[in-house]
Ligand binder design. Structure first.
Ligand code: PLP
Length: 398
């Protein structure tokens, strides 16, 4: 009969879409909306990358490529991983996909099945549990606390493990919290993972965006002995402001890479040829533009976090990386606006959008009730004006 597949019933649609639609309505009504909801850099892709892409089109980058990516890109990924992550993979371990999200989905398809559990620390990027559910496996959410920097502890990891656990997905620096794992945070987790045979998937998409001298630690550089079960996911979207090009990749043990070749070969074939050429230019080219964008993010981070902490009822930890501030708004929950109580982070987000025209994303969909995620991938005037609007609106709460 004409009905949707059962697997969809377990999957939540993107929780941010309803907020985005409301923000769009306000904008269409002529309001200035302070948008802190987006998860992408506001910068354009650096010029030398765009020029290389145009040249690649004229040179014939208009055809199918090898399923796992062109060899120039796989070599560039290996060289960049050595230079910026401190370990060197082989090109045969690399699968280039249509964004890191797609690389993760390919991995879920290749590795997980009904009965499998996948440990995901909360707060988590919303797609991890939904992708796990889409392939019929079960996410096991491991809590973290803000006091521990939203980082998974060895005890919490141990408590989440069972013989059914097939994988863990770590994200550092993290979306939504911006918190990142230093060596001292990773080592105890590795101790636990050495005793439990499972895949260790690390999403390092924000690894080039860290601040105040925080140095990202790439897990394979710390634990060579775990190489047969570590899989790294990375991409150009965030580092090079290339979200629209859709290039991400996984670096996996070769037998996993071969399985990904089968999955991708029967679904998307290859990532767009011109985008792959652009990614080669990004990875092999100068990083001046990346450093300039990172410096801008660092200034905005300070402005956003200090500004949020200046709002009565809001508290925000200084994140180590990415471009998100994850604010505790429990001090606003329970307050009332014109007789209506703001009971949850979702109520606060809706009220904030309607009364202050400030758009942020509620923490509940990220597994973190009581928090809101503010992206600071926008200019400084916008941050200042948005936070001023928020302060004025909070003053009207009872
Ligand atoms: N991983 C994390 C943690 C992200 O925040 C995102 C994007 O928001 C992605 C992966 C996916 O990036 P893309 O598919 O653009 O490479």
């Amino acid at each position: 009969p004409t009905k949707l597949a059962d697997r969809l019933s377990a999957v939540a649609p993107s929780a941010t879409l309803a907020m985005a639609a409301r923000a769009a309505r306000l904008r269409a009504d002529g309001h200035r909306v302070y948008s802190f909801g987006v998860g992408e850099p506001d910068f354009d892709t650096p010029e030398h990358i765009r020029i290389a892409a145009k040249a690649a089109l004229d040179a014939g980058a208009t055809h199918y490529t090898a399923v796992s990516g062109i060899s120039e890109l796989k070599s560039a990924i290996c060289a960049a991983t050595e230079q910026h992550r401190g370990w060197r993979p082989l090109p045969s371990q690399v699968t280039v996909s249509c964004g890191a999200k797609h690389a993760l989905f390919n991995l879920a398809t290749a590795l997980f099945e009904p009965g499998d559990e996948v440990v995901i620390p909360a707060p988590y990027w919303v797609s991890y549990p939904e992708q796990v559910r889409l392939v019929g496996a079960t996410p096991v959410i491991a809590s973290t606390t803000e006091e521990m920097g939203f980082r998974l502890t060895a005890d919490a990891l141990q408590a989440a493990l069972s013989p059914r656990v097939k994988a863990i997905i770590l994200c550092t620096p993290s979306n939504p919290t911006g918190s990142a794992y230093a060596e001292e945070h990773l080592l105890p987790l590795l101790g636990v993972l050495r005793r439990h045979d499972c895949w260790i998937i690390v999403d390092e998409i924000y690894a080039d965006l860290t601040y105040d001298g925080f140095r990202h630690v790439s897990l394979p550089a710390l634990a060579e002995d775990l190489a047969p079960r570590v899989i790294v996911v990375d991409g150009v979207s965030k580092t090079f402001a290339m979200t629209g090009w859709r290039i991400g990749w996984s670096i996996a043990p070769t037998e996993v890479a071969r399985a990904l070749d089968v999955v991708q070969g029967q679904s998307t074939t290859n990532a767009a040829a011109v985008s792959q050429a652009a990614a080669v230019a990004a990875l092999n080219g100068p990083r001046d533009a990346v450093f300039a964008m990172r410096a801008a993010f660092a200034r905005r981070r300070a402005l956003m976090v200090e500004g949020l902490n200046a709002v009565p009822g809001v508290r925000c930890r200084m994140p180590e990386g990415a471009f998100y501030a994850f604010a505790d708004v429990r001090g606003l929950c329970g307050r009332t606006f014109q007789g209506t109580t703001l009971a949850s982070d979702e109520d606060v987000a809706t009220w904030m959008l309607e009364q202050a025209h400030v758009a942020a994303v509620a923490g509940t969909p990220f597994g973190a009730p009581g928090y809101l995620r503010f992206s600071y991938a926008c200019d400084e005037d916008h941050i200042e004006a948005g936070l001023a609007a928020l302060r004025r609106a909070v003053a009207t709460l009872d």
